[in-house]
Design a protein around this ligand. Structure first.
Ligand SMILES: Nc1ncnc2c1ncn2[C@@H]1O[C@H](COP(=O)(O)OP(=O)(O)OP(=O)(O)O)[C@@H](O)[C@H]1O
Ligand SMILES: [Mg+2]
Length: 435
């Protein structure tokens, strides 16, 4: 909201603008390990400007609003997650598919809810696959710019020599290959939101230019003197530790403070393991819908793996795994349907269930447990048989009096490759010869 100072006849100050400056000062103070006299002078100058700006605001607006405003408690009251999520829903918050009741995630969503209607820059950090881009979309969708452009730029994917032109555009003939005038991403995002992904990858030269946009809200196309005003809300994301980059000299401290007026950190999946069962069922349903099939079921040992795996790729990895299982398995997915690099190297198990299997079986229904035990027995039988016949499927089919194509189908179902057994047999033979 803009407030006009009648005395100054039209000079305008925005609450958001003042708030942004206060936040920048707070951040500077919060992270400063020591302040030199020159820094103190600078902060004092900022404080004086702020005081002048606040003075410009109408007394009536300031005091009436302050008197009627609801006083927020200093310490947030601990509320159950379900209630917090419901609160967001009751306030018509747009989740954009963000799922989960973890307190840290809900805190991020509540920050997003408050930040969305303002134009304050937001910095989102978190490990790869924790939902940073999703959160940027949430912020855009809940703000007043929701019906305006949302432009996403991956700062790490643009070659250094094209960066300036990508972000700010260029004039015809500005460099070899610039055949026409071209708008940059900032201009395309005018009135909307620009999402600067992997901001930690932005080279120093680009950082200086970005700082200028944040300070003056204006850009110049490469090769042009014309100054263009841009009204773009900036949301940036990184999976790097920007403070560490600042210490190493590869990220500008002043840019960090400017970008992180609102700072959201997304929790890694290993800190919200309690939610994995819910996420599994959420993504199983999602994948089933996308693939137009019934939600995939999991054997107890796969489920056990899915619940305890470390997910270095966080939610993206979990989601991708479930889509993979849903696509590759029939009704029931098992360990064999996992990508080979993460598949646990389990030796062929005994046909009777051990204590771990019983533990895992408690997680599903009796019929699921029975089916899984039968699957496991089938698999152990096939592996044992193939070993006996040195990997020759025809021979195994003959010995078991089975149809060969049916046997092939069973091997495929379990992801058992006869050639692995043939190789093992050949190796054993080689060794035998050597001795
Ligand atoms: N809380 C969540 N609920 C539902 N889906 C989620 C959630 N968080 C992330 N996802 C999904 O996980 C995938 C990865 O999310 P996203 O691309 O936003 O992560 P990111 O942090 O930007 O990853 P990267 O650092 O690798 O770019 C997306 O498919 C997204 O929809
Ligand atoms: Mg991303």
């Amino acid at each position: 909201m803009k407030l006009f100072d009648q005395r100054l006849g039209g000079t305008s100050v925005t609450y958001a603008g003042v708030l942004e400056k206060i936040e920048i000062m707070r951040n500077t103070l919060r992270w400063a390990s020591k302040l030199e006299r020159a820094d103190i002078e600078k902060l004092l100058r900022h404080a004086n400007t702020l005081r002048d700006e606040v003075m410009q605001m109408s007394h009536k607006e300031r005091f009436v609003r302050a008197a009627t405003a609801e006083v927020e408690p200093l310490e947030p009251i601990e509320r159950p997650p379900g209630e917090r999520r419901k609160g967001l829903m009751d306030r018509s918050f747009i989740f954009e598919g963000t799922f989960g009741d973890n307190p840290k995630l809900l805190e991020s969503l509540e920050i997003a809810e408050k930040a969305a209607p303002t134009d304050l820059p937001v910095l989102i950090d978190g490990e790869s696959g924790t939902g940073k881009e999703l959160m940027a979309k949430v912020i855009h969708a809940n703000g007043s710019r929701a019906d305006k452009p949302y432009i996403s730029v991956n700062c790490g994917a643009i070659p250094d020599n094209l960066l300036e032109s990508e972000l700010f555009g260029h004039k015809k003939g500005a460099f070899t290959g610039a055949a026409n005038d071209r708008k940059g991403k900032f201009e395309s995002a005018h009135k909307g939101t620009i999402f600067l992904d992997e901001i930690g990858e932005l080279p120093l030269q680009g950082q200086v230019k970005l700082l200028r946009v944040l300070q003056a809200h204006e850009i110049q196309r490469v090769g042009s003197d014309e100054i263009i005003n841009v009204d773009t809300r900036i949301v940036a994301a990184t999976n790097k530790n920007l403070r560490k980059l600042i210490e190493e000299g590869s990220f500008r401290e002043d840019l960090f403070y400017r970008l992180s007026v609102i700072h959201v950190t997304l929790p890694p999946l290993r800190e919200r393991k309690d939610e994995i069962p819910l996420l599994i069922s959420f993504f199983c349903d999602e994948a089933a819908e996308a693939l137009k099939r019934a939600p995939v079921k999991m054997t107890p040992r796969l489920r056990d793996f899915m619940l305890h795996y470390s997910y270095p790729g966080n939610i993206r990895e979990l989601r991708n795994l479930i889509y993979r299982l849903s696509c590759l398995a029939g009704d029931m997915a098992d360990i064999v349907h996992l990508p080979e690099d993460i598949r646990p190297k389990a030796p062929a198990r005994a046909i009777t269930a051990g204590p771990m299997d019983i533990e895992a079986m408690k997680l599903t229904s009796l019929s699921d447990a029975k089916r899984a035990a039968s699957d496991e027995a089938e698999r152990a039988f096939l592996e044992h048989g193939l070993k006996e016949v040195g990997g020759t499927v025809a021979e195994l089919a003959r010995r078991c009096d089975m149809n060969r194509s049916h046997l092939q189908m069973l091997l495929k179902k379990h992801g058992i490759r006869s050639k692995d057994f043939r190789r093992q047999a050949a190796e054993a033979q080689e060794k035998g010869k050597a001795h």
